[in-house]
Design a protein around this ligand. Structure first.
Ligand SMILES: [Fe+2]
Length: 373
């Protein structure tokens, strides 16, 4: 099996807010001012991972570009958004067709500039999380979690205008990553890893004596739990609640089903510095299986790779990086998702340390062959 992972965003860097980079709101920042989700995307080659430069869709990209765009697996459309720190519109949303052309850019009205790291799509709707992680030009921290401002989720028809968005009030929280969303009758369902507040361990807000300072997570304030929100488009009602009491993050699915109801979801199991294992959720049964990395071993995001000619949603593997503290070596670990508790089916010993917090993307040989140089 050929494994090709494209490094996308090391977590600590991806979560740097763009206010730290004063040129981020320029449509064409100089190379020295590149700033991840605060700027345009980069064009890179695979498998070499050579950076060719910024990619602005023929100068049509009018906003920064999220680190988590979504591909509609049915149409091939790429959906993305970007947020502005200082000027309206604070949120813009673009639809890019399967040929790579931006077909629409929609401003969405927000009352204040906020950090928004991820979103979700269904075949007909796009979901935005207006959570109270607020950029401020006031004295003190320039990025603050302000739960008193409330939180809401907006649901916009995929090709709708900004005034067509329906907002649903939810309990104040912070979300880095969504697992998925899907339509269920009159309802739109969102699954994501929910923090009760922005985790203090990642900084950007004042630490108090109750916040940890040793780089470890505080279960009381920093732990994320896989959660579900249901939004009824007819009644305007929203319900929400956790699906697990074990902290998890970096949720992934079989991306052939992005926007559709999936039975299975995969997360890193929070523990210590990073993830001490992987979790496979059976969302239909409400059960989970755990794959621990072993004593002294911490891993990152588990990327689902479907088996060629797979026979079902969970027929494939999770691939992730694991660091062994005792040997100080990193490995690429491959776990068979239908035999989740078993030992990895492959461990690729790596010549160097791979930092924690790496997102990944699986690229098939066919996709490699189709890439435009
Ligand atoms: Fe991310």
């Amino acid at each position: 099996m050929a494994l090709r992972l494209r490094a996308r965003l090391p977590l600590p860097i991806a979560h740097l807010p763009p206010f730290a980079y004063p040129h981020c709101e320029s449509k064409k920042p100089a190379a020295k001012d590149l700033c991840y989700e605060g700027g345009p995307p980069h064009r890179i080659t695979a498998p070499e991972l050579d950076t060719l430069g910024l990619y602005t869709f023929g100068d049509k990209l009018a906003h920064p570009f999220t680190a988590h765009p979504k591909v509609d697996p049915t149409t091939g459309a790429l959906l993305c958004f970007g947020y502005s720190v200082r000027t309206q519109p604070y949120l813009q949303y673009s639809v890019i067709d399967a040929q790579g052309d931006i077909v629409s850019t929609t401003p969405i009205d927000l009352p204040r500039p906020i950090m928004m790291h991820d979103f979700a799509i269904t075949p007909r709707y796009t979901l935005f999380m207006d959570l109270p992680m607020v950029f401020t030009m006031n004295e003190g921290p320039r990025l603050q979690f302000a739960s008193a401002l409330g939180a809401r989720v907006g649901i916009l028809p995929r090709h709708g205008t900004g005034d067509e968005i329906k907002w649903f009030e939810v309990s104040p929280c912070w979300v880095f990553h969504t697992l998925n969303a899907y339509e269920d009758g009159d309802e739109v369902v969102l699954l994501a890893c929910r923090f009760t507040q922005y985790p203090a361990v990642l900084g950007f807000q004042p630490r108090t004596p109750t916040h940890p300072t040793d780089g470890k997570m505080s279960a009381a304030t920093d732990a994320p739990f896989l959660s579900r929100w249901r939004f009824n488009l007819k009644t305007g009602q929203a319900t929400e609640g956790p699906l697990d009491d074990i902290p998890t993050e970096f949720p992934r699915i079989n991306e052939a089903l992005t926007g559709k109801q999936t039975r299975f979801g995969y997360c890193g199991r929070s523990g210590g510095e990073m993830f001490d294992g992987l979790i496979k959720y059976d969302l239909d049964k409400g059960t989970s299986e755990h794959h621990p990395h072993g004593k002294g071993r911490m891993g990152g995001e588990g990327v689902f790779v479907p088996r060629p000619d797979s026979t079902g949603e969970d027929d494939g593997w999770l691939v992730t990086y694991v660091h062994d503290a005792a040997s100080s070596k990193s490995e690429l670990v491959v776990v068979e998702t239908r035999d989740f508790r078993a030992s990895p089916v492959a461990r690729v010993l790596l010549p160097g340390r791979v930092p924690y917090g790496l997102h990944g993307t699986w690229i098939t040989s066919a996709e490699l062959a189709r890439q435009q140089r």
